[in-house]
Design a binder for this molecule. Structure first.
Ligand code: ADQ
Length: 471
């Protein structure tokens, strides 16, 4: 069996139960995947060094070997805080108004990708499958090829791929997209992002896309398909049945004192639509005076990417907005928004999801959104809650039985909350069953098998079908 080498910006070794903290979706998904394979997970340690030496720190924890490097401060500023998070992240989430184009960012991005390639390539053996993750490392495949690697190399993009008309606002966009052609397989979260990529290929690069997913540009052919990521269903549903989850559920239910709980759980990021969500909820309170005092929104949003200025602004804006809404509507025994800036461990989170009769997950744009799937997995089958989900989250393509809303529309959010509150139990159960089937079947194991199977060059369905091949 080939080894699997996973390469991503950060390597997040699994944490012992109970340590808590907000792990990103990528970390949660990959810790589960890596446990099954030999091989290792390579990336940045998150630490800085005065001078880059290429020293690799190997560690083994809970069956996962990690190999990490430290980066220089300038690398972190230009590559991570700069090009990845201030140029590509906003652009790929359709926010060209927030995207910053700075030559030094692009230079740092290229340099760090070279450093990754220089350091990891000697560790890769001829039979290894290499799986590169996300927008931080788009050119890595091409860099590895330049160093003579002939291995099968795949790339998975966890975030959306922007429409061509937005993509062209990126200086030297052709170079970035052309570098993707060094991979053998390119995976997207949904057919929609795949479609944008295919459109760019034919419109901007004069390439040709075949119905089976093969893309030809010049003499290069790659396979591009949708592989929607899922949650680790087995792990999460076990967490939902745990004592810890039961306690968390009871704690929240007791403190709710008979009021309906609406839950939102997100990293504090402008793509998650938190401000629009608060405004939609505020509209609901205005339109339905009779409901005031009978429900509250529990918004859990730990800060992310503290070093990027935009994130400080979001934090200030949300502090102010939640304070304003609470000031406007609160009574001595009721606050409409409980806004919590901290991370919780999986069991607590599962318990909170279960105590909440409604989840309000309304990103303005999201590659997938695993919180929506976790909410579904944590519900009581006899008495499930209602998921209100943005139609612009990748997850909306699978969770069609959620109440799908336009996250920019206060009215739609308000109407959906009302509909969720008054939904008969039979309808809740019916909708939940359909969503649960998808969350359970199309889980992280299914995702990984679909992708790795394609990476091995084996026949298998992507995105919509089952891959029978086990390895
Ligand atoms: P993220 O943008 O991080 O991931 P998401 O898919 O919602 O978004 O995953 C967040 C994960 O972090 C979930 O597992 C959630 O439980 C956890 N989390 C969030 N807030 C938390 C808190 N307060 N406490 C504890 N845990 C918390 C990126 C893309 C997504 C894509 C994933 C996976 O932006 O679109 O779904 O990668 O591919």
């Amino acid at each position: 069996m080939s080894r699997l080498i996973v390469i991503s910006n950060r390597v997040a070794a699994p944490r012992p139960q109970g340590e808590g903290g907000a792990q990103g979706g990528l970390a949660v998904a990959l810790s589960a995947a890596l446990r099954e394979y030999r091989g290792f997970w390579f990336g940045w340690s998150g630490n800085k060094t005065d001078e880059f030496t290429g020293h690799i720190d190997f560690q083994r924890h809970e069956g996962v070997t990690s190999a990490t490097i430290d980066l220089e401060e300038q690398d972190v500023d230009e590559y991570y805080n700069g090009y990845a998070n201030r140029t590509l992240w906003p652009l790929f989430h359709y926010r060209i108004d927030l995207a910053e184009y700075d030559r030094s960012f692009a230079g740092g991005y290229e340099r760090v990708n070279e450093r990754f390639a220089d350091t990891v390539s000697p560790l890769i053996e001829p039979d290894d499958l290499v799986w590169v993750h996300d927008y931080h490392l788009i050119p890595l495949g091409a860099q590895l090829r330049e160093r003579g690697l002939k291995n099968r190399i795949g790339f998975f993009l966890h975030i959306p791929f922007p429409p061509s008309r937005l993509m062209v606002s990126l200086p030297f966009h052709e170079g970035l997209v052309l570098s993707l052609l060094a991979y053998d397989v390119i995976g997207f979260q949904t057919e929609e992002w795949l479609e944008s990529f295919r459109h760019y290929i034919s419109r901007e690069l004069g390439g040709h896309c075949e119905p089976d997913g093969t893309i030809h540009v010049g003499d290069r052919s790659v396979h591009a398909a949708a592989y929607p990521i899922g949650i680790d269903y087995a792990e999460f549903s076990a967490a939902a049945r745990s004592e810890g989850a039961k306690c968390a559920c009871e704690r929240l239910t007791a403190s709710a004192a008979g009021k309906h709980v609406i839950i939102g759980v997100d990293r504090l990021d402008y793509s998650k639509g938190l401000e629009e969500r608060f405004l939609g909820y505020r509209r609901f309170l205005e339109e339905h005076e009779e409901c005031q005092g009978k429900l509250f929104l529990l918004q859990i949003a730990p800060p992310s990417r503290g070093e990027v200025h935009t994130y400080e602004i979001i934090r200030e804006d949300l502090d102010e907005l939640s304070g304003r809404i609470n000031g406007e509507f609160a009574e001595v025994d009721w606050v409409p928004i409980r806004y919590v800036n901290q991370g919780y461990d999986r069991e607590d989170l599962a318990g909170f999801y279960r105590a909440a009769g409604i989840a309000l997950i309304t990103p303005l744009r999201d590659g997938m959104n695993l919180v929506a799937k976790e909410y579904v997995a944590a519900q009581d089958p006899e008495n499930p809650g209602v998921l209100i989900l943005s139609r612009f989250a990748g997850a909306a393509l699978q969770l069609k039985d959620a109440l799908l809303v336009n996250p920019y529309s206060k009215e739609e959010i308000s109407d959906a909350i009302m509909k969720a509150l008054s939904m008969p139990k039979e309808e809740r159960v019916r909708r939940w069953q359909a969503m649960h089937e998808s969350v359970q079947n199309e889980d992280v194991v299914w995702w990984r098998r679909s992708f790795v199977s394609a990476l091995r060059g084996q026949k298998g369905e992507s995105g919509t079908g089952r891959v029978e091949q086990r390895f």
